[in-house]
Ligand binder design. Structure first.
Ligand code: ZN
Length: 368
């Protein structure tokens, strides 16, 4: 009888270092057979990086198209579907064989969706160290929720990037706020794994020790190296990138985002969707997840003060004021979190939190 069976889907190439972009691209075997590529960038600075990648690929006799996402796409979730349709058109009309994501943030989700729908591979070239989407085979929950009504995407689980080229010379030019946010996304693994273990205990949900250990490693790296990370040197970016890549790869061990995301992410997603509804801009994903981890560690009855002090020493926000979000939205989000994703069993399923209780909890952990 087989007790354990799982398919491991991981990137074939991971290149991390300073000024590795050109050498790294030239060493990827699959690119030697590619004739047409599409580079997706964000609206501003990442366009320059897209041009750099384009020149290297052109040197390798690859025909390259660049698609830069519109500046307003982050604010208007409905625009995601329009952007995806435009990218699919460009790719189909030009016989694109591979997609590059030369960006940070939500561009990765768009690239993952397009790669999945076109059944072609993608290569991840992060320009920030702000989230684990650079390596994970997962589309973030709020975006999946928005687009899956209009785009025929069956699951938020997609293929992982075929290669990751993380050039610290590029990434270290990004704002240190993004680096600290990446640490929030790593700190989040602490409660993500607690929630996973809880679901295993209560519902016998399958638990994978390898994936859990890799994910917790991401948390430990940030915990142990927080003082160096705070300095925001190129070494700090290298440490955080390496940890983000490792935890993203951990998700390739199981068919879900379980190792990466638990109640703290559900809180962040709830807050994000709520703010969009009010026409307001959320904080960074990792920043919100960091705050979520303080709250959920408290609900798990663990040492939330330690989580808070790690985040503070890193330089990440630890309360509503530093997050730049009014207290009332955080209270509303915590009270509503239980209903956001009830099928993912977490500590949120264990108690009903009213608005008044949410307020009390947030005061207790000094988030408000
Ligand atoms: Zn995350």
């Amino acid at each position: 009888m087989i007790n354990d069976y799982y398919e491991v889907e991981v990137p074939q190439y991971v290149v991390l270092g300073s000024n590795i972009l050109e050498k790294g691209l030239k060493e990827i075997n699959i690119l030697k057979r590619v004739r047409v590529a599409l580079i997706i960038t964000g609206p501003t600075k990442t366009r320059e990086y897209g041009e750099i990648v384009k020149n290297i690929l052109a040197d390798m006799n690859i025909k390259v198209f660049i698609y830069s996402l519109d500046s307003s796409f982050e604010k208007m979730q409905d625009k995601y579907t329009n952007e995806i349709r435009s990218i699919l058109n460009v790719a189909l009309q030009n016989g694109v064989e591979i997609i590059f994501s030369a960006a940070g943030g939500k561009v990765f989700d768009i690239v993952k969706v397009c790669s999945e729908l076109l059944s072609i591979p993608y290569i991840s070239i992060p320009t920030t160290a702000s989230h684990d989407g650079i390596s994970s085979p997962i589309i973030s929950y709020p975006i999946f929720e928005v687009i899956s009504n209009k785009i025929p995407l069956k699951s938020s689980r997609v293929r992982p990037p075929i290669a990751i080229l993380a050039d610290t010379a590029i990434v270290s030019k990004s704002d240190r706020r993004l680096l600290y946010a990446g640490c929030g996304d790593l700190i989040a693994k602490f409660t993500a794994i607690l929630d996973w273990k809880l679901a295993h205990e209560r519902l016998k949900e399958k638990f994978n020790e390898y994936a859990a250990a890799m994910s917790i490693l991401g948390f430990k790296i940030v915990k142990n190296r927080r003082k160096i990370i705070n300095l925001a040197t190129e070494e700090s970016y290298r440490i955080v990138l390496k940890a983000l890549i490792a935890v993203g790869v951990a998700a390739g061990f199981v068919s879900s985002s379980r190792p990466l995301s638990g109640s703290e992410h559900i809180f962040s997603h709830t807050l994000e969707m709520l703010l969009y509804r009010y026409g307001l801009k959320p904080a960074l994903h990792g920043e919100q997840c960091g705050i979520g981890t303080i709250i959920m560690t408290y609900l798990h009855g663990k040492n939330w003060r330690l989580i808070k002090s790690i985040l503070r020493e890193i330089g990440a926000p630890t309360n509503a004021n530093e997050l730049g979000i009014e207290e009332k939205y955080l209270i509303e989000a915590l009270a509503a979190s239980r209903k956001t994703r009830p099928t993912r069993y977490t500590i949120l399923n264990e108690r009903n939190i009213s608005y008044e209780e949410a307020k009390k909890i947030l005061c207790e952990v000094e988030v408000i």
